[in-house]
Structure formats: C-alpha cells, structure tokens
Design a protein around this ligand. Structure first.
Ligand code: NFS
Ligand code: SF4
Length: 655
C-alpha cells in the first residue's frame, strides 16, 4: 500500500500541472493516467517526444518561406556556419519576418471572428435571420455613441444596421481614412503615437495581405520597417478583432454581470447528459446552450436528470460570463474531459481545438462535432453551422449528445465530484457600476484612489494559455500568488481564467486563505460587500481572449481620465504560458498601446539581436513600452513589481 502511494506520488510529480495543485483539482490527475491507458497519448507524453526541441525554431532563425531553403543561421549561437540564408537574409531579417507572420496568424483569427459577428449583426438588423436578436439595447447605444452613429429618432434596427455597416466597412473600405473602430476605441495617447509612427490601419484585410506579401521571399528586409508593421498588425488584432468581437457580442447576447458558477472537471455529472462547448464563437455556443435547455426533457426520457452544458476554453468563458455555465477544462485539458468517459458530446467551432481530440473521442462514446467549414477534424462528426440555420443545427448537435448518452459505458467513467466555486462576469460596465456605488459622479475615482494610496499597488492583466512546457511547474499560479501578496490587482481572461478558477483564485470565500496583501484584500472585501458578496474574488475574470478588449477599454478609461499616457499607468500585460499566435497578436496590441508585455516562454526572437534591442529597449522611446521574458514565475512577478514601482514614482505616488 505504502509503496503504491509513493509510486503514485512520483507520477503525480511529473504530471502535476495538468489540473493545478489545489485539493479540489488533485483527484483529476488520475485522468492523465487514464488517457495514457485508454488512448496511449497525452499532452505531456507528446511534448516529451518532441524533445529536444529545435533551437533554430525557438530562436526564430529558421526560414522556410522559399524552396532555396529551409535556411537556418547557426552563427547567432555558435562560431561556425552560415551567417545568412541563400538569398542573403540575415538572422534579424528572418526573425522579424517570422514574428510578423506569427502576429498575422493571430490577427487574422481575431479579425475573422469579429467579421462573422459583424455580419450576423447586419443580418439581424435587416431582418434576414430569425435566430438572433438585439439583447442589450444599452450596449447598442453605447457602441453607436463610440462609433459616432446618431441614434436619435432611429429604431434599434436602424442603429444596429449602421453599426454593422461601419464594422463591415472597416474590413473592406478602400479609402485612406483611419478605421472607425480604431478611432473610437484606441486610448488617445496611443492613437497619437501611432499617428506619429504612421501605423494606423485604414482597413483590416489589406494590411494582412500586405504583411504576407512583404514577408515572402525577396521583399522587406528592413527590421525596423517589419517591426512597425508588426505593431500595426497588433492594432488590427485589438480593434477590428478583439474589441469588435466583444462589443457586438454584447449587443447580441448581453453584457456580462458578476455571476457565480463552478470550475474543474468535476462539473461533469454522472447522472446527466454532458455536453461540452469548446472553441471561441458565441454564435455557436449561445445557440447550443439554448437548445440544450429546450431539449432538457428529452434527456429525462432517457433516464438522465437533464442536460449539463459545460464550457471549455474561450467558448466556455463566453457562456460562463453571460450565463454562469461551469468551466470544465482549459485548452490543454479538453482531451482529459473526454477521457472521463462521461462526456457525451463536445461541440467545437474554431481556434485552439487540438487535432488529437478526434482520436481521443473515437476511443470513447463521445461525439466530437465540428461545425465550421474551415475547421474539420478526422474522427469528428461534421454538422455545418451557419447563422441562417443556427436553430436547426444546434438542435441536431444536442440530439447527437442525447444519442451518445445512451451509449455511455459506466464502467469506463472516472469522475471527480470536486468542484471549485467561482465568480466571473466582470465586464467594464459591471466594474464601473460597482465603483459607482461609491462615487456616482466619478466612478473611476475609487479605483484611482486605491491606486494612489497603494492599496492597489498596480494592475497586471494575465492572459493567454496553458502551455504544457510550463504547466508542470504551475507557472501561472505561482505568478499570481506573488502578485496578490504584493497588492497587485490581477485581471484574467482566456485559459488563464480557467487555471485561476481551478486554483480557487475566483472563489471569494478563499480570499483570507491566500496570502494577499492587506491593501488589496481590504479593497476586494469592500467592493465585494457593495456587490452583495463576502468579497470580490482574488482575481477578476474579464472573459474570453477576445475580451482582452475589456481590459483595453479599462486602460483607455484610466489613461484618459487621468490624462496620462498609457505607458505611464502602473499596468502591465502578461502572457505567462503563451501558446497561440493569437496570444502573440494580443501582446503586440498591448505593447502598441504602451503596456509592458511579459511572455513565457520567450517570443521566438532570441536569434535576432536587433529585433530584441528594438522590442526590449528602443520602443520605450516611441510608444513607451517594452517586451520582456522571464522563465521563473517568482522572478517575473518581482520584475513586474519593480516596473510598477518605477511607474508609481514617476507619477509621484508612494513607492
Ligand atoms: Ni486564448 Fe482562447 Fe485558451 Fe490560449 Fe486558446 S482558448 S483565445 S489562445 S489556449 S487562452
Ligand atoms: Fe532561405 Fe532566403 Fe529562402 Fe528564407 S527566403 S528560405 S532565407 S533563401
């Protein structure tokens, strides 16, 4: 018995990160063993088989954009070998081109997400589709105001139609006027810097085309020129990407308000039909949720207690924020949710959906359902979604979950009953409303006062993904711990929000349990009381990855209210377990706004001396911000605290 236990512990050590370290999450570690037994693969196993990873790629000095190559530049690290590619490209040119292409990948993802939602608003406004409607009139009017659409004397549909036209126009207009969404939502100091640098985009599609063009063989070799375009791509990610997605989603589905829910794999229930929503598109997620409610009685006819919808990744965050749907799994845990043997269906749309899910699902009774014409996965059932056929498709998806439930094999189920209570749903509107209870005329003042007094020493937005390379050491949890201890207010989104919730950082009842600085703890408790809670949670969940736009709006409000440059604010952005190109693009947007950006792992720029110099030093002179990487979470937190201190001193605040 003793021996088994110690063996088990050894195994756990290796795999600890997959479900966090809290007592609530530990039982789920067994799922890593289960997936290895049942399927023969897991994220850690696949990562280990990729070792040692290729340092040329890691340092960004591998170029394969033409067939004279692939070329790689060993001399950035060793004495001998090539200093240039066949075409003469230097390490710096290769690194800068690769970085820009990464950012394009991210910006394209967010731009297409936004475009699909803007198109849907157009169809709603012109009465061409039935399944969606304008749910949040207040938000409609506020977006109209921001975009300078006159609403007086117009119907909601007319206003929505104009918003949709301006939004779609920002993609396909060919004049030289700045994009409307950038003008409307950029902080004024950032906008000024971008004007000086000449990087304000006039359209979303042309710069994406241009960036792919200029980074192809035999074009832009000038590192500064390439990096300026990288910043422009960040701006595209931020506005006709993130901001447009969140703002129009709020119009169609409602602006989030604080909502309680639960997190962890234990949110799957043995006696229910379990249906997971995975991906990023609220157009799909909202409809599936609606039909799960509609068909709940059908589940009872099968002997289940009902249909239990749970969230994975950012689709999970979308439906958590607006409906309190529990958070089952982050990106990396999606395969483990299937390995419970209790998940009847997983519906996916786009982004962060690992191809392995098809293979994993085929080892169980789980139906993996793809919905996007451009995201098909071997082993999945494809039911193509369109907003015109949304109801019909969502109904079919839920029916698939019901059919699969009947095939569930109880002998193959491994479920933990442990869940972690959480509060999410913090939109800027809900934060302002809460602060307005202290100061109605000037709602931002209480937050500013707390920053001035040092109760809130600074703010760090921790965003992005769970990277198996850093999950094992619980990088995110350790980073958050140090920041909280030092009175830093932590805002979270994306899969970091999943990690945070699983660890208990979103449970107000645990605010005394964590080692949180007295000033911050007092502020969280005082604000929590006003919200009718015992405290605000230690970390504030602001939504999915596109909802980083909400952090952007908050930054805009603060910098304009204080009339200081964004770069002067004691605010930092961090992507502590960076995976996706989207996270690179979000970081680039934050950087372009003037926020210092921390990443781990390091961006693929180590091989480009000049690129590193510009990103970590020279940009401070123009936009006032820099990137930095730190692989030790405690050291990273300390670096952030030091940066915040410098900014506080420059603002004349207590250090
Ligand atoms: Ni963001 Fe959301 Fe998660 Fe990373 Fe992927 S789901 S968009 S990229 S992995 S946080
Ligand atoms: Fe090599 Fe130049 Fe071709 Fe890149 S573009 S693969 S560096 S020859």
């Amino acid at each position: 018995m003793e021996q088994t236990k110690s063996l088990k512990n050894e195994k756990i050590d290796l795999k600890l990160g997959n479900f966090g370290s809290s007592p609530a999450t530990k039982p789920s570690l067994e799922l890593v063993d289960k997936i290895m037994n049942d399927v023969g693969t897991s994220s850690f196993e696949r990562l280990s088989k990729q070792q040692p990873s290729c340092w040329f790629g890691e340092w960004g000095v591998c170029c394969r954009i033409c067939y004279m190559g692939p070329c790689r530049i060993p001399t950035v690290r060793f004495k001998n070998g090539a200093t240039r590619g066949v075409c003469g490209a230097t390490a710096d040119t290769i690194v800068a081109r690769n970085l820009l292409r990464e950012t394009v990948g991210g910006a394209s993802s967010h731009a297409e997400h936004a475009f699909e939602i803007a198109e849907t608003l157009k169809l709603v406004a012109t009465g061409k589709i039935k399944g969606y409607e304008i749910k949040d009139r207040k938000k409609l009017l506020s977006v109209a105001k921001n975009l300078q659409v006159v609403s007086d004397g117009k119907t909601d549909m007319e206003i929505a139609n104009e918003i949709a036209d301006i939004s779609i126009g920002d993609f396909n207009k060919v004049d030289n006027a700045p994009m409307n969404w950038v003008k409307a939502y950029a902080p004024s100091s950032s906008y000024k810097h971008w004007t000086e640098l000449g990087i304000i985009p006039t359209n979303a599609w042309i710069p994406i085309m241009n960036a792919m063009h200029r980074t192809s063989m035999g074009n832009d070799a000038d590192v500064t020129n390439l990096l300026l375009d990288d910043l422009k791509m960040g701006i595209i990610d931020g506005y006709p990407g993130l901001t447009m997605s969140s703002e129009i989603s709020d119009i169609l589905f409602g602006t989030p308000k604080p909502v309680s829910s639960t997190a962890n794999i234990g949110v799957l229930k043995e006696d229910y039909v379990n249906l997971a929503i995975h991906g990023h598109n609220p157009l799909v997620a909202e409809k599936v949720l609606e039909w799960a409610v509609n068909l709940n009685e059908e589940a009872k006819k099968l002997g289940a207690k009902g249909i239990n919808v749970v969230g994975v990744c950012c689709s999970g965050n979308e439906v958590l924020m607006r409906h309190g749907v529990p958070l089952a799994a982050n990106e990396m845990q999606a395969e483990l949710a299937i390995a419970t043997g209790a998940l009847d269906a997983m519906v996916v749309d786009f982004q962060c959906i690992w191809p392995v899910l098809g293979e994993v699902a085929s080892c169980y009774h789980t139906k993996l359902i793809t919905t996007m014409p451009y995201v098909k996965i071997p082993g999945a059932l494809h039911i193509e979604f369109s907003v015109e056929r949304a109801d019909e498709v969502a109904k079919q998806i839920v029916e698939q979950a019901l059919l699969a439930y009947e095939k569930r094999d109880p002998s193959r189920v491994l479920l933990s009953k442990k869940t972690e209570p959480m509060i999410g749903g913090f939109s800027v509107e809900s934060i302002v409303e809460l602060l307005g209870k202290i100061n109605k005329e000037d709602p931002l003042k209480p937050l500013i006062d707390s920053i001035v007094s040092g109760d809130v020493y600074g703010v760090v937005g921790i965003v992005g993904c769970p990277n198996p390379k850093l999950r094992k050491e619980l990088y995110t949890e350790r980073l958050i711990n140090v920041l909280l201890k030092n009175n830093v207010l932590v805002l979270v989104t994306g899969c970091i929000a999943h990690i945070s919730a699983q660890e208990g950082f979103m449970n107000p009842a645990r605010v005394d349990e964590f080692d949180i600085g007295e000033g911050l703890k007092g502020t969280l408790k005082a604000l929590g009381k006003l919200a009718g809670l015992e405290s605000l949670p230690p970390t504030i969940h602001m939504g999915s990855c596109v909802d980083n736009s909400r952090i952007g709006v908050l930054v805009k409000l603060l910098s304009e209210r204080l009339n200081v440059d964004v770069s002067a604010l004691p605010v930092i952005a961090s992507a502590p377990e960076l995976i996706a190109e989207k996270a690179v693009a979000i970081g680039t947007w934050a950087l372009s706004m003037g926020l210092p950006v921390h990443t781990a792992p390091e961006l693929h720029i180590e091989g480009g001396e000049q690129v590193k110099q510009i990103l970590s030093e020279n940009l401070k002179g123009s936009i006032g911000a820099e990137t930095f990487s730190e692989l030790n979470p405690e050291a990273a937190a300390q670096k952030m605290i030091d940066m915040i201190r410098e900014k506080r001193i420059a603002l004349g605040l207590s250090s």
